[in-house]
Design a binder for this molecule. Structure first.
Ligand SMILES: Cc1cc2nc3c(=O)[nH]c(=O)nc-3n(C[C@H](O)[C@H](O)[C@H](O)COP(=O)(O)OP(=O)(O)OC[C@H]3O[C@@H](n4cnc5c(N)ncnc54)[C@H](O)[C@@H]3O)c2cc1C
Length: 409
């Protein structure tokens, strides 16, 4: 055992991975976590027998970092079918495999979302990004995703009907202003693997990381209010002196640096007698007048999401709906227009607002050198905001912080 006292602030994915790496090196770290449970943004609530992920999210099976930390088989991953169901008032159609095999997969309905040239451009893009390494993607020149798509020659039609709603749901912003590096990375991940969820919810990812910790103490309900040199100031007024600290969350407010900014999202869960999609596919709403961005029947992907056999519907709203009092009713009415099923049949289970969902990052990366992980002597930084907003990046950042600490860099 290494006697150094190491404190990690935050038991999200990055903090848990940092602890796993530190344990491997013989340390016995302590995690200080503000909430009553681990996982941060990757948690699943159980409400009335329904499994509700705290925000619709998926694990992309092609993420390189997950193989280091997750036993994918034990997670019993359930895959979404590639592509999307496009919902418009009065018409609904599926586009299959636009990012995996656009030539073979994209069916007749493609003519409703794009042109023949778009199909060929998708094919070219898929081929190019499959061959482009992740490192090269993250060192390429950046533009907004919208400019990237325009420069790649995609038509306004396919941008509005497919790329915009699909990537709005991933980037959690409506302008496609997110860096083209993230677009290329996510597109590559979709082309090379599948979007999936563990059979019993995304929280299983957290549970699997937790189960790998044997010598880590987690102190829940312990919010930290500041870090000065090697002193941790707790919100209850106590101070801890540590040999080494990893701040595994946005650190601006804790260290007096500029506060990080985030994209927000609102996630609403409803149940229905039966799914109106009927297959494990993500539904996209392309009409900008709607609040709904995307929807998915979680029970179409994994029946375990509902104990009573009803269909569990997850609806994501990326537009800012703070202060709308009758939001659930409005969303149920939108669902009626999209599905033709009376709003009264949609039983609301829960609404989850996530104000700090994805970090807004200007210079997206997938790796940083050890000296950039170190804030100053004895204090290291982790969290997705260091790299890019994904589970993959959160894991990498936790590993890099632990490696830098262990190496004393
Ligand atoms: C709605 C939504 C959809 C997403 N979709 C995807 C997706 O499809 N695929 C994907 O790969 N990623 C997705 N993500 C992103 C992914 O969930 C995150 O990148 C990842 O979980 C971040 O982990 P983290 O450890 O960096 O941060 P966090 O999960 O934020 O963990 C930080 C932890 O620190 C704790 N903490 C914060 N401040 C303090 C303090 N002062 N004192 C003590 N503890 C503190 C917090 O309570 C939290 O537990 C999504 C996220 C959201 C919210």
């Amino acid at each position: 055992m290494n006697e150094k006292s190491i404190y990690i602030i935050g038991a999200g994915i990055s903090g848990l991975v940092a602890a796993i790496e530190l344990e491997k090196a013989g340390y016995y770290p302590v995690i200080l976590e503000a909430q009553g449970e681990a996982g941060g943004r990757v948690q699943t609530l159980e409400v009335e027998g329904y499994l509700l992920d705290k925000g619709f999210q998926v694990l992309l099976t092609a993420y390189p970092e997950i193989r280091r930390y997750l036993d994918l088989e034990a997670l019993e991953l359930k895959k979404f079918k590639s592509g999307a169901i496009i919902f418009r008032p009065g018409s609904t159609f599926a586009i299959h495999d636009p990012m995996r095999d656009p030539i073979k997969g994209v069916a007749m309905a493609f003519s409703q979302v794009g042109t023949l040239l778009d199909k060929l451009r998708l094919y070219r893009l898929t081929k190019k990004l499959k061959a482009k390494s992740t490192d090269l993607i993250f060192s390429s020149a950046e533009s907004s995703t919208l400019d990237y798509l325009k420069n790649a020659g995609f038509s306004k039609r396919i941008i509005e009907n497919f790329f915009a709603p699909f990537f709005t749901g991933i980037f959690l912003e409506t302008e496609l202003s997110t860096s083209s590096r993230m677009f290329e990375f996510v597109f590559k991940m979709f082309a090379e693997g599948f979007a999936s969820v563990p059979a019993k919810g995304m929280g299983q990812i957290t549970a699997q990381l937790l189960a790998q910790l044997n010598h880590t103490q987690i102190r829940y309900h312990t919010p930290v209010s500041g870090v000065k040199k090697n002193q941790i100031l707790l919100a209850d007024g106590n101070t801890i002196t540590a040999d080494e600290i990893i701040i595994a969350t946005a650190h601006g407010t804790l260290t007096g640096h500029p506060e990080e900014t985030f994209h927000q999202v609102t996630n609403l869960y409803f149940t229905l007698q039966q799914s109106f999609i009927g297959k494990p596919m993500i539904g996209l709403v392309t009409d900008d007048k709607f609040l709904i961005n995307n929807l998915a029947f979680m029970t179409d992907v994994s029946p375990d999401y509902a104990a009573d056999g009803r269909a569990l519907l997850s609806v994501s709203v990326v537009k800012n709906v703070t202060g709308i009092e009758n939001l659930e009713e409005l969303i149920a009415l939108e669902l009626e227009v999209l599905s033709g099923i009376s709003a009264s049949y949609f039983q609301h289970v829960k609404t989850i607002s996530i104000p700090r969902a994805l970090p807004c990052i200007e210079d997206l990366k997938n790796w940083i050198p050890p000296q950039h992980v170190k804030l100053y002597d004895h204090v290291y930084l982790a969290g997705d905001h260091m790299l890019n907003g994904s589970i993959n990046a959160a894991m990498t950042s936790g590993r890099l912080a632990a490696e830098a600490l262990i190496a004393g860099e």
